[in-house]
Write a protein that binds this ligand. Sequence first.
Ligand SMILES: *Cc1c(COP(=O)(O)O)cnc(C)c1O
Length: 431
Amino acid sequence: MDDQRRRVPRTDAVLADPAVDEAIERLGRNLVRATVTAALDRVRRGELAPEAAIGAVIDALPATAARSRPVINATGVIVHTNLGRAPLSSATRDAVLAASGYTDVEFDLGTGRRAPRGASTLAAVAAAVPAAQGVHITNNNAAALVLAATALAGRGDIVISRGELVEIGDGFRLPDLLESTGARLREVGTTNRTRLSDYADVIGPGTGFILKVHPSNFTQTGFVGTTSIRELATLGPPVVHDIGSGLLRPNAAFPNEPDATTSLDDGADLVTASADKLLGGPQAGLLLGRADLVDRLRRHPLARALRVDKLTLAALEATLVGGPSPVEVALSTPVATLRKRATLIVKALADKGIRADLVDSTARVGGGGAPEVSLPSTAVAVSAHLVAALRSGRPAVVGRVHEGRLLLDLRAVPGTDDAALISAVAAAVTE
Ligand SMILES: *Cc1c(COP(=O)(O)O)cnc(C)c1O
């Protein structure tokens, strides 16, 4: 033991090893030094042979200096809130990387003067939704709603149907969010039916605006009735429409999802939406609509606290201009393509002696909306014993257990990840 302690390598010597030195370039000296210190402590405790120290350091070093790990989303849920919602395309990732240094986010390189923040991103959103006279971008849709409530309702009333008081996830409820601004909710109608007259009865001088919220994560059927944007627009106060999923134009695949263009054409004064659901972009909130209202929001002091950073602006612009987003690709891939990929994956695994089967599956949009839509899909079924090993691999793989087997649904897995998926399963089996 004493002998081993005397043979503990010096920290400087380990840091000078070429492989460790390369990691310092990539990850920064502090992180690598901490990893080296931890490995040498293990040598001192006799848990690691001195000769194995460098190998242990290399194994323990993360791929990047942030702890979040890449995941192959084989759940069959395309917009998976726990897995970061929309993945970004490689063109969008490039744009984010390019914007991550000094950049002209608020500077006109032509004149050398200060310029409106994120002008090219705002222009891209405006071009995508010509019906919007004004465009503003916030940290997320919740922020867009808080800004609208604060700037347009103040201590006044927000009139909303009882059928639209929704919980958006993780225990957060839209009514609580709106009331946290100091505005008062004026609930009208019932859970299943709200008429135009219900709104008309409560509208008065204290009304800030009428809010229509798309129930994006559940559906109601049976004896139900809601009031359309067209009807609400006849009442007088501004109509704010939270469309949720971020469709900018009608999409035939999602007949029940509202879209910004139709909503504005129908008379909504403001539309709010998330950018990281069906739109397939980074986390952000879109505020689209009447120029005077958008201007009021943009100039409100709270707007500064809800603004997005340069990385988000770059990602949103690239998503709109560059397309198609990985979400769009996942939604539109023919099931025959998924079957072909699954066949090749099953064969590659069989060649490695691993039993896997192709099975039909059903995928979902997920937190992004359209709860009523199910998407035909294909999965590779493997042993459920692999669940934990796949989750702890690099990249991690998350599937879903069904009838005692682990289904790796390919709908949300980009084709370029098939080789990584095969390696991940093989590595999990070896473990
Ligand atoms: C998702 C959603 C929200 C919350 O949006 P975030 O961008 O996550 O803040 C609000 N309203 C509706 C209708 C939604 O679907």
